[in-house]
Design a protein around this ligand. Structure first.
Ligand code: FDA
Ligand code: NAD
Length: 416
């Protein structure tokens, strides 16, 4: 019989949210042996964004422990010893295959049984595969996806073996744009393919995308848009066609909404003592009075902290303020760096210098709805300018004239 282990708190999943939840538990006060993190990955929680940036830059490669959480937000790096020092059990290489929430029990692939009093589900997302669309040849060699450290290791090996070779990147989203840049920096010949009229359509306007497409083309990246049936040669193929929340463990046991586990403003699910955080949570976005799911690192960190604060407060009979999240997304590629805050709905205005050949391009876009500025995007902003667009997206100033806003650009938000 496999041994049974019991913990006061268990976090299933060992990614970004798990790492930040562990830090919050230790801040709030934790007794040795109270908390376990169960992860199928072989390493402690790390800042996943590094995988599509420094970790795959062959010339200047980032490596672990350099990006263990909480390095990404300027915090202390949580080495394996940190978990030991805090009395947190880190169960790595351990996949949970069954969750019985009524019995407060988790079972691993090797039959280990874990009992908990409070569970935090933090299983993140898995990549969408070409086989999910029934693509012919989807099982060919040298097709890569990127979600976890081991995927990145396989990609690094392939880039070394196929040095200076041809890479085709399928998908024009976050992975597509970040990976194409990394492959180019690693001296590969890169072609990007995506079906939409412009890259990153879920966030970018045509005006924003034309800058990045022009910049990438000037770097020698070939962009193929739409579907024209042409054949592309490739030594390696990288696929970034979206991600899906991993919620199968909880199916039929927890209420779902918009593809995720439905939570309240404290990340409590419909099952008592079960919380869901990070990519898998569909939570009330107070600012827009709507249930949303967010697949970005800032929310993974903050939702984890909110859930732990709520758990601890409830134990002491206290309450905490509701989660009041301002969406924040960012990306970096080549020498470029953008940030976005708020909501990308409504009318848009483009401002600044979005010429892809400029030595120091700086431009942005505002989204205006019901006469108020509600979203702001900025490429090449300074820390103060990025703070200013965040503040504007939070405060939603009235926009008297869209034409004037377009002319004023950043100066409009720097006065708020
Ligand atoms: P996360 O995916 O981090 O962790 C989930 C963990 O659960 C994984 O360790 C997984 O193995 C484990 N797990 C799943 N099922 C399990 C089971 N049954 N048993 C045990 N363990 C299990 N965002 C952003 O804002 N800026 C950025 O630059 C980037 N860059 C970026 C690059 C790449 C390559 C990826 C894949 C993603 C990003 N993101 C990002 C998105 C961001 O990383 C993501 O939103 C967070 O990692 C989500 O944190 P979670 O903790 O929810 O999941
Ligand atoms: P995404 O949703 O950003 O982009 C998916 C893209 O797939 C679409 O834009 C489209 O171009 C493409 N696509 C869809 N079907 C296709 C098809 N049949 N053929 C070709 N292209 C097709 O997803 P992603 O880029 O795969 O990212 C995966 C996850 O990782 C997401 O959760 C994302 O938020 C996260 N991520 C975030 C960042 C960041 O925030 N900077 C960076 C990397 C990854």
């Amino acid at each position: 019989m496999a041994e049974e282990k019991s913990f006061k708190y268990v976090i299933v999943g060992g990614g970004v949210a798990a790492g930040y939840a562990a830090r919050e538990f230790s801040k709030q006060g934790l007794k040795p042996g109270e908390l376990a993190i169960i992860s199928r990955e072989p390493v402690p929680p790390y800042e996943r964004p590094a995988l599509s940036k420094g970790y795959i830059n062959l010339e200047n490669k980032a490596s672990l422990p350099g990006f263990y959480v909480c390095a990404g937000s300027g915090g202390e790096k949580q080495f394996p010893q940190w978990y030991k020092d805090n009395g947190i059990e880190l169960l790595l290489d351990t996949e949970i295959v069954k969750a019985d929430l009524a019995a407060k029990t988790l079972i691993s692939g090797t039959g280990q049984v874990f009992k908990y009093q409070t569970l935090i589900a933090a299983t993140g997302s898995s990549v969408t595969r070409l086989s999910d669309f029934g693509v012919e040849g989807a099982d060919a060699k040298n097709i890569f996806y990127l979600r976890e450290l081991l995927d990145a290791d396989e990609l690094v090996t392939a880039m070394n073996v196929k040095a200076n070779g041809k890479a085709v990147v399928v998908g024009g989203g976050y992975i597509g744009l970040e990976l194409s840049s990394a492959l180019k920096v690693n001296n590969m010949e890169v072609t990007m393919v995506y079906p939409e009229p412009w890259c990153m359509p879920r966030l970018f306007t045509a005006g924003i995308a034309s800058f990045y497409e022009g910049f990438y083309a000037n770097k020698g990246i070939n962009i193929v848009k739409g579907t024209d049936g042409r054949t592309l040669e490739a030594d390696i193929v990288i696929v970034g066609v979206g991600a899906r929340p991993i919620i199968s463990l909880f199916k039929g046991q927890v209420d779902e909404e918009k593809g995720g586990l439905k939570t309240d403003a404290f990340f409590r699910t419909s099952v008592p003592d079960v919380y869901a955080v990070g990519d898998i949570a569909t939570f009330p976005m107070k600012l827009y009075n709507e249930m949303r799911r967010v697949e970005h690192v800032d929310h993974a960190r903050k939702s984890a902290e909110q859930a732990v604060k709520a758990i601890k407060a409830a134990e002491e009979g206290n309450s905490i303020p509701e989660y009041d999240y301002l969406p924040y997304f960012y990306s970096r590629a080549f020498t470029l760096s953008w940030q976005f805050y708020g909501d990308n709905v409504g009318e848009t205005v483009l401002f600044g210098d979005n010429d892809p050949t400029s030595a120091k391009p700086k431009f942005g876009s505002f989204w205006i709805k019901d006469g108020k500025l509600i979203g702001a995007f900025l490429e090449g902003g300074s820390p103060d300018e990025n703070k200013a667009i965040a503040k504007a997206a939070r405060e939603q100033p009235v926009v008297e004239s869209v034409e004037v806003l377009a002319k004023e650009g950043l100066s409009f938000v720097s006065n708020i």
